[in-house]
Design a protein around this ligand. Structure first.
Ligand SMILES: [Zn+2]
Length: 231
């Protein structure tokens, strides 16, 4: 799961009506499409979570075009991901886990679906000053790209990477004893964060690497590319 962390940049809250498109997006390639849908409520299969309505309405949803762009990016970079044809559902409810806070998204073991939840952070802006002029940018595309890349990492692990390979990877990563270090360093979270960091778009990497260890590098990327090429 992807938890939302406080960002150090100044964030101003605002409300914007986002045009969110439901349906199926053409992915630019012959026959390649991004499977995309919207749900009104968190599905019952996601147990143990607390839900909340969106105070800012549609502005709290991940922008559909940003979701589709990140999916297309990952499918272009990794044919094995394109072959999984992972459907993405945005959910018009906030979703929290006690002790973890608000979730950006989740996947379920054994399924290849990705759920992205509403969040007030999608309605926020990053504010900076460049050459004396205020630069205001909606934060939503970055958060959407982050959530897609991280959750796709979980699906790739469930569908394409077996336990033995994960252990080999963690050893290479210098994180073989990661279990004891808390949830952000749980092996599954390391894998998902590494996947985002290594294969996500520039927008997906706008949010810092969230596990409590150094981000992965070229040797980790080469290992995963070899594993995924074998699929
Ligand atoms: Zn996660």
């Amino acid at each position: 799961m992807a938890a939302l962390r406080k960002r150090s940049k100044k964030v101003a809250w605002g409300v914007v009506l986002a045009l969110v498109l439901a349906g199926v997006f053409g992915a630019g390639g012959a026959g390649a499409q991004v499977s995309f849908g919207e749900l009104n409520a968190v599905p019952a299969c996601i147990g143990g979570v607390q839900t909340q309505d969106c105070a800012y309405g549609q502005a709290e949803l991940p922008p559909a075009e940003a979701v589709a762009a990140e999916v297309r990016h990952l499918e272009t970079v990794l044919p094995a991901v394109a072959a999984l044809d992972i459907p993405v559902y945005t959910v018009r409810q906030r979703c929290s886990l006690p002790g973890l806070g608000m979730l950006a998204g989740c996947t379920l073991p054994g399924q290849n679906k990705v759920y992205l939840f509403a969040s007030p952070r999608y309605a926020s802006y990053t504010v900076g000053v460049r050459k004396g002029e205020a630069n205001v940018e909606r934060f939503a595309p970055y958060l959407a790209a982050y959530a897609v890349a991280h959750e796709f990492g979980h699906v790739v692990r469930y569908q394409l990477v077996d336990n033995r390979t994960l252990q080999e990877y963690l050893k290479l990563r210098g994180a073989a004893g990661a279990d004891a270090k808390g949830w952000t360093c749980h092996p599954e979270e390391i894998f998902a964060e590494d996947f985002r960091w290594l294969f996500g778009s520039e927008k997906a990497r706008y949010i810092p690497y969230l596990c409590g260890i150094a981000p992965p590098g070229e040797k980790e990327k080469a290992f995963l590319l070899e594993v995924l090429a074998g699929e």
